[in-house]
Design a binder for this molecule. Sequence first.
Ligand code: SF4
Length: 742
Amino acid sequence: MKSILRAVKKRLGVDIQKEKYAYDLDEQFGYMAKAKIPDRWVSTTCGYCSVGCGMFIGVKDGKAVSVRGDAKHPVNEGRLCPKGLAEHYAITAPNRAKWPLFRNDNVKGKFKRMDWDEAVRTMVAHFRDIQERHGAEALGVISTGQLVTEEFYTLGKLIQLGFGTKNFDGNTTLCMASAVSGYKRSFGSDGPPGNYEDLEKADLVFLIGANIADNHPILCYRLEKNPQKILIAADPRVTKTAMMADIYLPVKPRTDIALLNGMMHVILKSGFVNEEYVQKHTRGFEELARHLEKYTPAYVAEITGLSPDMIRKTALLYAKARAPFIGWTMGVNHSTQGTETVNAICNLALMTGNLGRVGASPFSITGQCNAMGTRESGFASSLPGYRKFENAEHRRELAALWGIAEEMIPSSRGLAYPDIIENVLSGRIKGLWVIATNPLVSFPNQAFLRQALENLEFLVVQDGYHPIPTSEAAHLVLPAAVWGEKEGTFTNSERRVSKVNKAVDPPAEAKPDFDIFLMIARELGVYDRLFPGWTKPADAFEEWKKVSRGRLCDYSGLSYALLEQHGGVQWPYPEGSARDPRESFPLYQDGIFQTEDGRAKFWVVENEAPPESPSEEYPFWLNTGRTVEHWHTRTKTGQIPLLNRLSPEAWVEINTRDAKRLKIQHGDYVRLESPRGAIDSITVRVTETVAPGQIFVPFHYAEANANNLTINCCDPISREPNYKQSAVRICKLEPRGAKLRK
Ligand code: SF4
């Protein structure tokens, strides 16, 4: 121990004699180390991103004092990224919500405490009253990708069958609805076909709009285990991931479809179409082939800004690869053409027969820790178990499983998240329940959202953190337990279901979301009918296993014990499965898809201009995204000193040439303006990571909110917003706070 301390002191350059505090460093470090030695370790799954790393929470005297990676976990083999390594601090953050709070004297941001019984009675009474006066659909609910699957399953039943409103969606629509819609259109069902193992086994990895180095860091570790692969990254910004690539494709913003169509054109003309696969397992290829005629390398070069040679070379590298993997995230999904871009990716994989095998997959990397859980078991954009609202047989199956009348199950989906907000603005929705999400930072076009929320009669915010911008606008705040304080399961991007465990009690009167949902069900009078005898998440898990039986996402062979034993198991895992639970399992190995005729479908997609482009008045493209140190709107990471010291404030990346022209220097402050709003002051990073005419702002920071600028236009199919391209202008400021000088 002494030698370690000596090394630490040397490294820090600490000279105790010169320290004005003159404290005993040995004692200090010794105390810190002792305080962090846990009494016990509790195994669980990381609660941030969809990589789904296995880890342990160290508990001492009933408090979470440390974390460490689980060396035996199949996803991360002991590694954790900076967020994961500091995750226990999110449990003890000073901004934890501790008591139910009711808006005092109807003054926004001013609250008085309420006990739980009164809070639940108040909530149900207000929502019931709104529904009686304005109809069942006057209640909207916006959930999250942060709950455990058992909670999503319970919540869906509570809202759709208990409150009887269809207007229920998740913040997951803001990040991966286009992947869902794209998969449904191409393959007949949601469900990423590939595995993380593909990153290790593919001979070519093609990442489109996916900055995994910042957003899914442990996947970089999986990639590093495959030194033979060729890594291609297509992105308008030279991200950390682009810097890792063998080939970087600096595409112009929103030109992915042109690139993909151009690659398919080259593959078609060069005779690399897998005709046997196309003939046996797909439909619609002839129409696609006709459409691809015009996407010559020269034509695509004009649109994308890449050279015709580079387009040809990329296409042939993909076509000739033994097992090529295509991964994407928000660069694809955050677009009014997100769904169609996903279809173009699936077209490319289908025409070359590159799916259903280890290494070969079109793979959407999701965002939140359990975005997949809500996709599978939720009751928002589809019926639980990837069933369809429009399918009478699916509704009959569920009605029989739940012992309810078939008519209680809606035959069409309700409003998606952005449409719920539009209906709040128009006054059709009067009551809103927001669960574990923070739209007053994360929703595009904040001015529009703020105006909409003013119209609400009653806003309930259920969250682990308060105050946060959205909870401050609430009439009622329900304090929820967070990761580390509750039990259930998460599904990661590769369909691996992992166990999440409780290590410590929630603070003060905060409760697990599951318990809150059951309390509300009791108050509504639907508990006995919908959740008979349920007391714990395992009750929901057992019912969910029955509901998923025989579906693509079959959980029927899973149990909590099996998940604990193997650190996560991929679905489908039907009862009696002989598969080694740790083995990776690609979907569609038999080439049979979830469509009516079992064939995958090619979609003809055209490259279109985004809803807004730079103009004389607003001459820059704004691109938004994430940084490794923070999580979404910083409700979890904003109070963690370790992460804040690494990334304390927002910044704007501006190209060197633009900076020179505008006489802006690195470290200056500027104001950013779009037709919708402004960031008053933000620090400049002069860099070559963005091209001239483009800027980048991370979207985590409420105080310099990129979503004051973004446009709230959505993909017409998935309803996912077009976060990635907005037109803005840069106004130089004198030193911070000084008068604006345009
Ligand atoms: Fe958690 Fe994702 Fe980091 Fe893994 S990569 S530790 S899941 S935030």
